[in-house]
Design a protein around this ligand. Structure first.
Ligand SMILES: [Zn+2]
Length: 333
């Protein structure tokens, strides 16, 4: 079969004869004489009607004079036209492998990681919870929190209401309220794995109705009881470690845990679990579950009213997304 040969070093086109036999490609003519195993030759597809090329490992290449003649030549040697394209043989398995990796990554991220994080969170000893929480609290106190500016009487009222609040099971034992001023964070409450629940002045100032605050605290108590914060930290730390390992920079990792807890959005599932816990708690106290919906509404509005909005990812509503679905569910309990 006639073909044009390029040696890969000069622009000179050599007129050659290409033959195939017993797994070898021979190129002869115009001073060229080479013989290569077929497996070491890349044969391009006739993309968009272009002439097919044979590419050799040393950079030389050969353009066939006619695709049909070449296909016939391949057929004579028992090769289908597509079988021989090394490029094609190469990318299909590669693409398959890549998509499998992606599927595993997505499934692992969506299901495997939360499962492992839950197992790990459930098995961490109390001492670990306390030391993780202590680290987080130190960072928060340095960066985000200032001492509370609420009056002693207002604090006493919230604390009394909290003391009287009944919670399911033994969950109350571990909880401890902490008040902080957090201008940037706005109205927010957050529970650390140890059971320390941080309530911002901005949240307390939202309402005079302490039952609404208790609804928020019942929701936070749910996150503590079900170890959600811990799961969140473990998950984002695992991801952080993987990213760090990939990028090769360990320096950023140390500071990651507190922000992970603040910024990581609880999943819908975790929110629903905490809501269910809160509803149970509110009922236990003869209070309406709708109080939590009211609280979420108030919080959301406070963040929407400018100023607090630049807190962005740190806003309570973004870490505990108050979806319409949640509010409706709470109001119909
Ligand atoms: Zn929540």
């Amino acid at each position: 079969m006639q073909a044009t040969y390029f040696d890969g070093r000069s622009a000179h086109a050599f007129n050659v004869e290409v033959t195939l036999d017993s797994g070898y490609v021979s190129v002869v003519g115009d001073g060229i004489d080479r013989r290569d195993p077929l497996g070491a030759v890349e044969i391009t597809d006739a993309l968009g009607g272009t002439l097919r090329r044979l590419r050799f490992t040393d950079g030389a290449s050969c353009e066939v004079a006619d695709n049909d003649t070449f296909a016939a030549l391949l057929a004579q040697n028992g090769l289908s036209s597509s079988q021989v394209s090394r490029w094609e043989r190469g990318w299909r398995p590669a693409l398959l492998a890549l998509s499998m990796v992606l599927v595993f990554a997505v499934v692992g991220y969506r299901y495997g990681l939360p499962f492992l994080a839950q197992r790990a969170a459930d098995n961490l000893p109390e001492s670990a919870l306390n030391s993780i929480s202590y680290q987080i609290q130190r960072v928060l106190d340095r960066t985000t929190f200032a001492p509370t500016k609420l009056s002693g009487t207002r604090l006493a009222r919230v604390l009394n209401a909290f003391d009287a609040l009944l919670l399911p099971g033994s969950s109350k034992l571990r909880l401890r309220l902490e008040f902080r001023d957090a201008e940037e964070l706005g109205a927010n409450a957050m529970a650390l794995p140890s059971g320390a629940v941080f309530v911002t002045d901005q949240l307390v100032k939202l309402t005079d109705d302490d039952r609404i605050l208790m609804a928020v605290l019942a929701h936070e108590a749910g996150h503590v009881q079900l170890r959600h914060g811990l799961r969140q930290i473990i998950q984002s730390t695992v991801i952080g470690v993987l990213i760090t390992w990939y990028i090769g920079d360990v320096s950023a990792l140390g500071a990651a845990a507190p922000t992970a807890l603040l910024q990581a959005k609880y999943s819908r599932d975790l929110e629903r679990e905490a809501d269910r816990f809160a509803v149970q708690a509110l009922r236990l106290n003869g209070l309406s579950p709708a109080l939590l919906a009211e609280a979420l509404d108030l919080i959301q509005k406070s963040h929407g009213r400018g100023g607090g909005d630049d807190a962005g990812a740190l806003a309570y509503v973004s870490t505990h997304p108050a979806t319409a679905e949640r509010l409706t569910w709470l109001r119909t309990q």
